[in-house]
Design a protein around this ligand. Structure first.
Ligand code: NAD
Length: 496
């Protein structure tokens, strides 16, 4: 093996080589070159990590910390992320090829999750129940679940991890993380900060490798209490089935095919930017991509002309260059999938107004995985290009006439992650937002997320919520404690 950096798993507070001794390559999508080797963990490593997390949950320092002390540790991790955001972002770009502007923006914003949930740790209050029985004192406690398995995808590794990790820790759980095999290194770098922050060994562990080899073993592990998964709907369904066998809770954040609806009273220039941000930001590799653009008949032609003109100016290039607007696709399978969908769209009769080919030219460097920003019009909602997630810079434009038709098209899909609504009418904005079956609706904006606001999917886009107070509840369970204040124990043969 060459002198490229080597990344081990992180188990029980230590850098650990995989038990198989094997490593896999991690590739920079812009140079198409291998830049490091990552531990190829298996079921044995999964077991070591879950056991370490279980021991840390049940014994030692972690369960004896007060909620305030626990919160302070989580907060401290946020401070360290703030101080190291640039380095973390560079690891992310090297692995996933997304723009440094985007990844640095995310990494600079990440500390908020740790500060918010760190602050919340000692504000989770139970209740004293005014119970309907004499001589009983009854109260509730909100307690952690145990070992939480966090499985993340490659598109925003640390952001999507932080949705889970900050809340899980603040609630008092311990964690085993399995990052995507395409983007393991930023999560492993984060462990250096975890150690500096002073978390007891075993509270946070990372095993790297492939879904079938190590991810599945984590999900099936009898000591894993809950699975928090972000990824594709097919893998999500497998994870859900495996978790069900062990009767474990699951949070699933899955795919999307989100409608971005442009009404005829929208501010056209703003809506054009909203459409661009919905599909070409992050090279379309975001679960919340506004990949179905619904445009009202009266402004259709004018809007589409402006959109295509704007999209033509999008600069492909080196993701580390802050002037670049569209970077490479992250993985070869994803690249092939996008090109396949472009062919499907053409064969279905959609009209290709822009792009439709692999990206090439000096701006693409040595990368073999650029796809031109692509726009299809004349799409109907029954076409596969309108119904299936592409996860790339490919936009499908659908024409509609009335508000009712827009709502019908928006909801006529298996997914329900997000939606955009562009209108100057507050009545229309509220009516349409209420009618859309999706976990997030943006009005006159797109692609905004916050640590404070619940995020998750309707329908096949997922189960459960991350972020905000609801995100914290996902990591707690309620215990009801009954204390008798009676002078004696009443008739033991009758329910009290
Ligand atoms: P993926 O489903 O292929 O992989 C996600 C993670 O799951 C990886 O770490 C992978 O190794 C692991 N995995 C795969 N099969 C597994 C199994 N059987 N058991 C346990 N772990 C398994 O997804 P991806 O290609 O990395 O990411 C793209 C997908 O993620 C897209 O569909 C996108 O919409 C979705 N996504 C959703 C959200 C959201 O919040 N809803 C956010 C980002 C991405």
């Amino acid at each position: 093996m060459s002198a490229l950096p080597k990344f081990n798993a992180y188990i029980n507070g230590k850098s650990e080589p995989p038990s198989s001794g094997g490593y896999f390559e991690t590739v920079n999508p812009y140079t198409s070159k291998v830049w490091g080797h990552v531990a190829r963990c298996n079921a044995e490593d999964a077991n070591r990590a879950v056991q370490a997390a279980y021991i840390a949950f049940t014994r030692g320092d972690w369960p004896t910390l007060t909620a305030t002390q626990r919160g302070a540790l989580v907060h401290r991790l946020g401070d360290l992320i703030r101080d190291n955001a640039r380095e973390l972002a560079e690891y992310e770009v090297r692995d996933n090829g997304k723009l440094i502007n985007e990844m640095l923006g995310q990494c600079n914003y990440l500390p908020n999750w740790y500060w918010y949930y760190g602050g919340l740790a000692d504000k989770i209050e139970g209740a004293v129940i005014p119970i309907d029985k004499a001589d009983v004192f009854n109260y509730t406690r909100h307690e952690p679940l145990g070992v939480i398995v966090c499985i993340t995808p490659w598109n925003s590794p640390l952001l999507l991890l932080s949705f889970k990790l900050a809340a899980a820790l603040a609630a008092g759980n311990t964690v085993v993380i399995k990052p995507s095999e395409f983007t393991s290194t930023s999560t492993l770098k984060l462990m250096e900060l975890v150690e500096k922050a002073g978390f007891p060994p075993g509270v946070i562990n990372v095993v790297t490798g492939f879904g079938a080899e190590v991810g599945a073993a984590l999900v099936e592990h009898p000591k894993a209490a809950k699975i928090c998964f972000t990824g594709g709907s097919d893998s999500g369904a497998l994870v859900y089935q495996a978790a069900a066998k062990g009767l474990k809770g699951c949070t699933l954040e899955l795919g999307g095919k989100s409608p971005n609806i442009i009404f005829d009273d929208a501010v056209v220039d703003d809506a054009v930017k909203g459409a661009i941000s919905g599909i070409f930001a992050a090279t379309g590799q975001t679960c919340i991509a506004g990949s179905r653009l619904l445009v009202q008949d009266a402004i259709y032609d004018r809007f589409v002309d402006k959109l295509v003109a704007f999209a033509k100016t999008a600069r492909m290039g080196d993701p580390m260059d802050t002037a670049t607007q569209v970077g490479p696709v992250t993985t070869p399978p994803q690249y092939r999938k996008i090109l396949k969908y472009i062919e499907i769209a053409k064969s279905e009769g959609a009209q290709c107004l822009l792009g439709g080919d692999p990206g090439s030219g000096p701006e693409c460097g040595d990368s073999q995985w650029f796809v031109q920003p692509t726009i299809f019009s004349n799409v109907t909602n029954t076409m596969r290009i309108a119904q299936e997630e592409v996860f790339g810079p490919v936009l499908s434009i659908i024409r509609f006439k009335t508000d009712e038709e827009a709502i019908e098209i928006a909801n006529d899909i298996a997914f329900g992650l997000a939606a955009g609504v562009w209108t100057q009418s507050i009545t229309r904005a509220i009516k349409v937002s209420n009618a859309i079956r999706a976990g997030t609706v943006w009005v006159n904006t797109y692609r905004a997320v916050s640590f404070m606001s619940p995020f998750g999917g309707y329908k096949k886009s997922g189960l459960g919520r991350e972020n905000g107070l609801e995100g914290m509840r996902e990591f707690l369970q309620t215990k009801s404690v009954w204390i008798s204040t009676a002078a004696d124990v009443p008739n033991p043969f009758v329910m009290r």
